[in-house]
Design a protein around this ligand. Structure first.
Ligand code: XIL
Length: 334
């Protein structure tokens, strides 16, 4: 084994990827890549509320279960993603959350978290309990993002979600997973302080949280500041929390169309980021948000697409399943 997992493991880390279910089911080459390169897997969409309960009363876990069986047979661990998020909500759940009936909303949360935690107890090592909960750049500074969960249950919904997971699966690591806290911008400074304040408050209240997940959807559109990231991770580690890098990829939108130049830019940013982040001993692992360029969400998500329409080169493997400079950068950083 000479893949990323082997290099990561030699440093006491783990490497893994999100699993896009269609690719997983249809592509043997992809599966052998995932087998060789990864020590941990996470479903890209199959464990989201919209993936498991697309209609009220159904409970569709075939995709999640297949992924889990694959991980088991390869000796890979699995993360769970994600229990409480403002996206990935099926219409029936949106309706309940918008009904103004807080006890129905709380029952929905308890049933959903309880069902997933019980079904996958012992199989999921860490659950993203809440995902992307602080205000985005374009909203008021500080505080929680305006989401259907916040509207239905008030700010206590965050603590409640962690408590519900703890009640059903006390052995799983409980993760607060967050985006846009890695790079350099005033609005990111504001987000970092909001996140730190939130974590401090949770710990003071005794909320059962054990890890912070940093998504690391990095972007060529922003500069990178080593000092600020280092300090941010130090503060989180100082609170006694472990850290996971959960969704690494590089939006190459601001890099020139030339493939070699883009791949270099992507690799450089990856290397600078990982060199800084992996300096922090509390960081446990690195997962990329998919493994191979044709799968990246960045090429299809409207706000992330390149203006020239070229597919993004966000990930460690290219469309021919070949290792890219990003792969080398990761391998060297481990
Ligand atoms: C994305 C998936 O990659 C897409 O396939 C889906 O359509 C939308 O969600 N942050 C997260 C992930 O926490 O769940 C998101 O995944 C990407 C951003």
């Amino acid at each position: 084994a000479d893949g990323l997992q082997a290099a990561a493991a030699a440093k006491g880390l783990a490497f893994g990827t999100a699993v896009p279910i269609t690719r997983f089911r249809q592509d043997r080459r992809w599966r052998s890549l995932a087998e060789r390169e990864c020590g941990v897997l996470v479903c890209e969409n199959a464990m989201k509320l919209s993936g498991v309960v697309p209609r009220e009363g159904v409970f569709e876990t075939a995709a999640a279960d297949e992924t889990l069986r694959f991980a088991r047979s390869n000796g890979q661990r699995m993360r769970g993603h994600c229990l409480v998020w403002h996206e990935g909500l099926p219409p029936w759940a949106e309706t309940i959350l918008a009904s103004g009936n807080a006890s129905r909303a709380e029952a929905l949360m308890r049933q959903w978290i309880g069902a997933m935690a019980r079904r996958y107890r012992g199989a999921i090592e860490a659950w993203d309990v809440v995902n992307e909960i602080v205000v985005p750049a374009d909203h008021r500074p500080g505080g929680l993002r305006a989401t259907p969960w916040l509207a239905a249950l008030g700010p206590g919904y965050v603590d409640l979600a962690f408590q519900m997971l703890k009640d059903e699966d006390p052995g799983a690591a409980a993760v607060y997973n967050e985006n846009d806290c890695e790079q350099k911008a005033d609005w990111i400074d504001e987000r970092r302080s909001a996140i730190l304040r939130l974590l401090e408050g949770m710990l003071k209240r005794g909320v059962p949280i054990s890890r912070f997940g940093m998504q690391a959807h990095l972007t060529s559109t922003l500069p990178f500041d080593e000092t600020k990231l280092r300090l941010f991770l130090r503060e989180i580690a100082g609170m006694g929390l472990a850290i996971e890098i959960t969704e690494l990829d590089i939006d190459d939108r601001a890099f020139p169309p030339d493939v070699a130049a883009r791949d270099r830019g992507v690799a450089d940013l990856t290397r600078r980021f990982l060199d800084t982040a992996l300096d922090e001993a509390a960081v446990l692992n690195v997962l990329t948000w998919d493994l191979y360029d044709p799968d990246t969400w960045l090429s299809v998500y409207p706000a992330r697409k390149r203006p020239d329409g070229l597919p993004q080169r966000a990930l460690p493997f290219d469309a021919e399943y070949r290792r890219k400079p990003m792969w080398d950068a990761m391998h060297a950083a481990f």
